[in-house]
Design a protein around this ligand. Structure first.
Ligand SMILES: NC(=O)c1ccc[n+]([C@@H]2O[C@H](COP(=O)([O-])OP(=O)(O)OC[C@H]3O[C@@H](n4cnc5c(N)ncnc54)[C@H](OP(=O)(O)O)[C@@H]3O)[C@@H](O)[C@H]2O)c1
Length: 288
């Protein structure tokens, strides 16, 4: 029985990963900051966390809380990163240094493999922004480490598409540009299954997306259909947002990082090899 440490277990993807690991009878140890979340339902239809074999309470940014956490562990899985958390930590603190702290422990305990959830984006992006830069720095350190790496680069998660539902419910969906940019987003359950299958890989970077390639305009239409709403789409010209981007960069690196990430995803096609069964239309119907 392989022993897996899951960091990020209370998040959207982490919950599906712990569930899939338990279903496949892996020994599962979870690192959590807030143990009360273990008994709470997940957001965006993500499942409750099944009983883990071991729970460690710690914070990836505090190295002392991670001491010996990887002892007797075969595989480390980390989907830790800043998404919507508001705890004053920076992308550098969490996405880079936090994951690096965990990697040091993994090296120290000679784990077999470290699987890291990165993000699928064009490597030649002109302005990746601080979120992606922090992740890229960690990926470089992971590849250079003496632990076998599996880097998974997913497109976008279904959880993020709920923003379209929120807007559609209010009767108006705002899109950046002409709405013709395409993406194949992936459901957490499909991605978790892919991750667990991929533990058999060695030193690989794996790009992955869901089974449907849609434009943002098509996703907006699917969201309107759920509410039987008149379709009203407002297109925001990309150039209109440029001054806001300059201002944000000066005022808040955190919000600039999130904004830059959002802009990169909305204005570049994000299409990776297709995987999974979950369809966006069904997800939208289930969640409302
Ligand atoms: N959303 C997308 O479309 C998308 C696409 C591609 C890649 N990704 C990447 O995939 C990863 C997972 O995304 P997600 O949607 O599952 O994120 P999420 O729901 O926000 O989950 C993040 C997890 O990381 C944990 N975490 C954050 N800071 C921590 C710290 N200092 N110490 C220990 N744990 C910490 C959170 O714990 P708490 O519950 O305590 O906050 C949570 O369990 C992220 O790195 C994200 O950038 C996301």
């Amino acid at each position: 029985m392989k022993r897996v440490l899951v960091a990020g277990a209370t998040g959207y993807l982490g919950r599906y990963v712990v569930t899939a690991l338990k279903n496949h009878e892996f020994y599962t140890k979870v690192l959590v900051r807030h143990p009360d979340k273990l008994s709470q339902r997940g957001k965006f239809l993500a499942p409750s966390i099944p009983n883990a074999d071991e729970v460690v309470i710690g914070d990836i940014t505090k190295r002392e809380t991670l001491k010996h956490i990887c002892n007797n562990i075969d595989y480390v899985f980390s989907s830790v990163g800043i998404t919507t958390q508001k705890d004053r930590l920076t992308f550098n603190d969490v996405d880079f240094q936090g994951n690096l702290n965990l990697l040091k422990e993994a090296e120290h305990s000679h784990v077999d493999k470290f699987m890291y959830i990165h993000v699928y984006l064009d490597d030649d992006l002109k302005e990746a922004g601080p979120l992606i830069e922090a992740k890229k720095r960690f990926v470089k350190a992971l590849i250079e480490s003496n632990v076998d790496h599996i880097i998974v680069r997913p497109t976008g998660y279904f959880s993020d598409l709920t923003q379209f539902l929120k807007m559609a419910k209010k009767g108006r969906v705002y899109l950046i540009g002409d709405g013709k940019t395409r993406i194949n987003p992936i459901h957490g359950e499909d991605l978790a299954r892919f991750c667990i299958q991929s533990f058999s890989e060695e030193n690989q970077t794996l790009d992955i997306g869901g089974p449907e390639i849609l434009t943002y305009e098509q996703i907006a239409y699917l969201a309107f259909d759920v509410f039987n709403q008149k379709k009203q789409i407002v297109h925001i010209p990309v150039g209109f947002l440029k001054p806001a981007s300059v201002g944000l960069k000066l005022v808040s690196k955190h919000y600039y990082g999130l904004y830059r990430f959002f802009m990169n995803v909305m204005t570049n096609n994000v299409i990776a090899p297709m995987y999974g069964n979950h369809k966006i239309k069904n997800y939208f119907n289930d969640i409302v």
